[in-house]
Design a protein around this ligand. Structure first.
Ligand SMILES: [Zn+2]
Length: 295
């Protein structure tokens, strides 16, 4: 028996296809790829009970990712500009209404959404984040698991998920729950990274050309907090299957300074900045925002 229990190829957790293959054997877990929808996914998945502990870990909270979240946050930071552009698009598609941010973190997006005129609520697993969102921004945020939340069906015009869907155990259940909470014709925003980015292609190439010796870029890309690594194709197919029609699509650079929490050499960092620029030109971006309408 394989030490990681992968003696039977797992079915794709998003499209159900049995046509999957082991793609990467990383230090902490294996990554499989679906030949049909092109999703990459961790297998086996972590225990749901372990997630809460993972998201209360001090190292997770002290990372660069959450640094620009004090009350006077920098409006020119790349992630804030992405939030602002998405809010302008949401206002165009749904000029007002109730907005729920799922996995709202420290509440910066909700603070911006409230300023843009939306009636905001949030839900977040990490109690430390919830405390921050309440004390810094006085936001209406509850702590807990989205699938068990007490929100009323059809009570939101907009549901947003920033850097959330790749973290969950069951993306289909999460999208079904979002659909249930949305009013007819409501909007869902999903922001996630793309496992078909130029970064992934280069990390793959480095690992395979070196016989596995240069695995560091690959290990960085397959974040231990993520369970599903969407490609644009697999995300579009999943959204379509769960009853969402894409109304707006935007792609974005990686902006390495934000997510590179692990120590990395200056050469790796500089190389990353160059790849980030080239990815624009060759059309293999690092991440996407999809805004969809509930059909
Ligand atoms: Zn699939």
């Amino acid at each position: 028996m394989s030490p990681r229990g992968t003696e039977h190829p797992p079915k794709c957790p998003c499209c159900g296809s049995p046509q999957t293959e082991l793609k990467h054997r990383l230090r902490a877990f294996d990554v499989h790829r679906c030949a049909k929808c092109t999703l990459l996914f961790r297998h086996p998945l972590p225990e749901p009970e372990s997630l809460e502990e993972m998201y209360e870990d001090a190292r997770y909270h002290e990372g660069r990712y959450f640094q620009n979240s004090a009350k006077a946050y920098d409006l020119d930071a790349p992630e804030i500009r992405i939030y602002s552009a998405a809010l302008a698009e949401l206002r165009r598609l749904a000029p007002a209404g109730r907005l729920l941010d799922v996995g709202c973190g420290r509440g910066v997006f909700l603070d911006l959404a409230r300023s843009a005129g939306f009636e905001t609520s949030g839900i977040e697993l990490s109690k430390r984040h919830v405390d921050w969102a309440r004390s810094q921004f006085e936001l209406d945020v509850v702590a807990g698991e989205f699938l068990d939340s007490e929100h009323t069906p059809a009570s939101f015009e907009i549901v947003t998920m920033w850097d959330f869907l790749e973290h969950v155990i069951d993306p289909i259940a999460v999208l079904n729950r979002a659909r249930e909470l949305l009013a007819p014709q409501g909007l869902l925003l999903v922001f996630t990274i793309d496992a078909n980015s130029l970064f992934n292609h280069i990390a793959d190439l480095l690992a395979s050309a070196s016989g596995g010796r240069i695995a560091r870029p690959l290990e960085l890309l397959y974040d231990v907090h993520h369970n599903h690594y969407f490609t644009r194709r697999s995300l579009e197919q999943l959204l379509d299957n769960q009853g969402f029609a894409v109304a707006h699509w935007a792609s974005h650079r990686a902006y390495l300074g934000r997510w590179l929490n692990e120590p990395a050499s200056p050469a790796l960092f500089l190389g990353g900045v160059v790849i980030d620029r080239i990815a624009d030109v060759v059309g293999l971006p690092y991440r996407h925002t999809a805004i969809c309408r509930r059909t």
